[in-house]
Design a protein around this ligand. Structure first.
Ligand code: 5GP
Length: 182
């Protein structure tokens, strides 16, 4: 148990386990995008994926570009409504590119499914999804996750980029906030 910022965090996935898995994902991407030339673009979904993205990209031994997209759910911030808006768009065109969407966590799947529909209208050569975490018990929209770090139970997690009211993003492990009712 870790005391942090006035809350008790129970460690679910250690920093070491995350590092090992991120290295494996980087190797898988390196293998699969060997033929992509200079077309690979990692699209990080802000803000939750930025730490995962920064570690992952350094495990990919290929030329690749990085871009970021900001997304917000309409309505209650804590719950996905499925109605999503882009709050900050990509800085470059993805036409003809091999896009890998880098997500922190797939919960209901609503956010990433909206994002995939949106990105596909921009004529990329391919679009795949790489997520650090997935909570399959909560799936509403089934989205193929091409690269997945860990499957976790239906619990609200923080750390390694994931927040609770903008806090805990810099916690190096993935933890559960004790007493947090989802
Ligand atoms: P979805 O649309 O798949 O339901 O929601 C995905 C988004 O909800 C994630 O990108 C993340 O911002 C947020 N989210 C879902 N589950 C959790 C969680 O356990 N912890 C945190 N910090 N955010 C979550």
């Amino acid at each position: 148990m870790h005391e942090m910022d006035g809350k008790r965090l129970r460690e679910l996935i250690s920093a070491e386990s995350i590092a090992d898995r991120v290295t494996e994902l980087g190797h898988a991407l390196t293998r699969d995008y060997q033929e992509s030339g200079r077309n690979l673009v990692l699209v990080g979904v802000m803000k939750g994926s930025v730490i995962f993205l920064s570690d992952l990209c350094r495990k990919i031994a290929l030329p690749c570009m990085i871009d970021l997209i900001g997304i917000a759910s309409y309505g209650d911030e804590a719950k996905s409504s499925g109605v999503v808006k882009i709050t900050s768009d990509l800085s470059n065109s993805i036409e003809g590119k091999d896009v890998v969407v880098v997500e922190d966590i797939i919960d209901t799947g609503l956010t990433v499914s909206y994002l995939l529909e949106n990105l596909k209208t921009r004529q990329p050569r391919s679009v795949k999804v790489c997520a650090l975490l997935s909570k399959p018990e909560r799936t509403i929209v089934k989205v193929p996750i091409d690269y997945l770090g860990f499957t976790i139970p239906d619990q609200f997690v923080v750390g390694y980029g994931l927040d609770f009211a903008q806090r805990f993003r810099n916690v190096p492990f993935i933890g559960v906030v004790e007493g947090h009712a989802d």
